[in-house]
Design a protein around this ligand. Structure first.
Ligand SMILES: NC(=O)c1ccc[n+]([C@@H]2O[C@H](COP(=O)([O-])OP(=O)(O)OC[C@H]3O[C@@H](n4cnc5c(N)ncnc54)[C@H](O)[C@@H]3O)[C@@H](O)[C@H]2O)c1
Length: 337
C-alpha cells in the first residue's frame, strides 16, 4: 500500500509544489486548505486545479482552526505522515492582523498536534521559518543557537510551534521535525513577496520599494530545493538523540523524537544584487525607491545547513540566476505578459 500523507496548505505556494512532488513519487496525498483571501484566491485555485484530477489526490477545504472538523479529518483519514505547511505567513501583515496568526498558527497547530497524537501519525513535519532567529546576529544562523528573541508576532508563533511540537514529542512520543525555511521563491510564488511584487511593478513601469536601502541580505532559496529537503526529511523519522544532555541542552535535538533543520541556500544575497538579476531576466530597469528597514524585519538571514546535509544528504544548490529566470518565465506565461 502506498503511504497516505496529509499536506496542509496545499493551495499555497510551498504546499502546492510539495503535493505535486509527492504525487509524482506515487504517494497518496490528502490536501487541505481553507483558500483564505490573504492574497489572490484565483492563484490558489489555479494551483489546486493542477492537483485536482491527479491520481492519488483528494482535496478538503477546511479551516484548521475548527477543532471538530480537524478531529473528523484525522479520524477518517488514517494518515501515515503529516506535512503541515498551512499558516498565516508574512511578517508585515502580523503587525496589523495579529489575530489571524493566533488562529491559524497557534489554534490550528494545536489541532494538528492533537490529530497526530490521537491517530498515531508516524511523523509530523512542519514549516518553521528563518524569522525565528529574530534579534540574533551571529551568522550563519544555526539550529544549535538559541532562538529566543523574535521581532514579530509571526516569528513568535513559528517558534511557539517548535516548542509545542517538542512537548508532544516528549509527552506522547510523536515524532516531530520542524523545518526553518529561508525566503522561498520560484514559479507559482506568493504575490506578497519581493520577487512577485518587483516583477509586477517593473513590468507595469511602476517604482519598487527597496527596504533597508537595498542592503538587506537574504538567503533566497529556490522552491525545488525546499521541496527536496521536505521530502527527504519526511522519510527520516526522528529518533531520540542519545547524546542530548539537559545540562547543556542542544536546541536542535532532544531525548524525545524531535529535530529542527534549516533549509536555506547558505549564500546570502543583497537585495540590490537580487534586483540586478531580475532586471537582467526581465530586460528592463527598475525604478528603485530606497526605504529604511521595516518594523519586524531583520537586516540579514544566512542558513547553516550542516545538519540538513548530514542527515538528508542534500543541500540547496539552485543558483539565483536559474531560479529567477524560471520565475520570470512562469510569470510571463501565467499572466500573459
Ligand atoms: N515562502 C516563504 O518564504 C516561507 C519562509 C519561511 C516559512 N514559510 C512557511 O512555509 C509555509 C508555507 O508558506 P507559503 O509561502 O506556501 O505560504 P502560502 O500563504 O502560499 O500558503 C499557506 C496556505 O495555507 C492556507 N491556510 C492558512 N491558514 C489556514 C487555516 N487556518 N486552515 C487551512 N488552511 C490555511 C492558505 O490558504 C494558503 O493556501 C508556511 O507555514 C509559512 O509560514 C514560508
Amino acid at each position: 500500500m502506498p503511504e497516505t500523507i496529509l499536506v496542509t496548505g496545499c493551495a499555497g505556494f510551498i504546499g502546492f509544489h510539495t503535493a505535486k512532488r509527492l504525487l509524482s513519487d506515487g504517494i497518496r496525498v490528502v490536501g487541505l486548505d481553507n483558500l483564505n483571501p490573504y492574497y489572490d484566491v484565483a492563484l490558489k485555485q489555479a494551483r489546486l486545479e493542477r492537483l485536482n484530477g491527479q491520481p492519488g489526490f483528494t482535496f478538503i477545504r477546511m479551516d484548521l482552526a475548527n477543532r471538530a472538523d480537524v478531529e473528523t479529518v484525522f479520524r477518517q483519514g488514517r494518515f501515515d505522515k503529516v506535512i503541515h505547511l498551512a499558516a498565516q505567513a508574512g511578517v508585515r501583515h502580523s503587525l496589523t492582523n495579529p489575530h489571524a496568526y493566533v488562529e491559524s498558527n497557534l489554534v490550528g497547530f494545536t489541532n494538528i498536534l492533537e490529530g497526530c497524537r490521537h491517530t498515531e501519525v508516524k511523523h509530523l513535519v512542519f514549516a518553521s521559518s528563518s524569522s525565528v532567529y529574530g534579534a540574533n546576529t551571529r551568522m550563519p544562523y544555526s539550529v544549535h543557537h538559541r532562538a529566543d528573541h523574535p521581532v514579530s508576532l509571526y516569528a513568535a508563533t513559528k517558534r511557539a510551534n517548535e516548542l509545542m511540537a517538542h512537548a508532544y514529542a516528549h509527552l506522547y512520543r510523536l515524532p516531530c521535525t520542524g523545518l526553518r525555511f529561508f525566503t522561498v521563491y520560484g514559479p507559482w510564488g506568493r504575490p506578497d513577496m519581493a520577487l512577485f511584487l518587483f516583477t509586477r511593478a517593473i513590468l507595469e513601469d511602476r517604482p519598487i520599494e527597496v527596504y533597508n536601502h537595498g542592503k538587506m541580505r537574504r538567503d533566497f532559496t529556490y522552491i525545488d530545493d525546499i521541496v527536496e529537503g521536505v521530502v527527504r526529511i519526511a522519510q527520516r523519522i526522528p529518533q531520540p538523540d542519545p547524546a542530548w544532555n539537559g545540562d547543556s541542552p542542544n536546541s536542535a535535538t532532544s531525548n524525545a523524537p524531535y529535530r529542527l533543520y534549516n533549509i536555506g541556500n547558505h549564500r546570502p544575497t543583497e537585495l540590490n544584487e537580487f534586483i540586478d538579476v531580475l532586471e537582467k531576466k526581465l530586460g528592463r530597469k527598475a525604478k528603485r525607491v530606497y526605504l529604511p528597514l521595516q518594523p519586524g524585519d531583520v537586516p540579514a538571514t544566512y542558513a547553516d545547513v550542516t545538519d540538513l546535509e548530514r542527515d538528508a544528504g542534500f543541500k540547496p544548490n539552485t543558483p539565483l540566476e536559474v531560479g529567477i529566470e524560471r520565475f520570470v518565465d512562469w510569470y510571463r506565461q501565467y499572466y500573459r505578459v
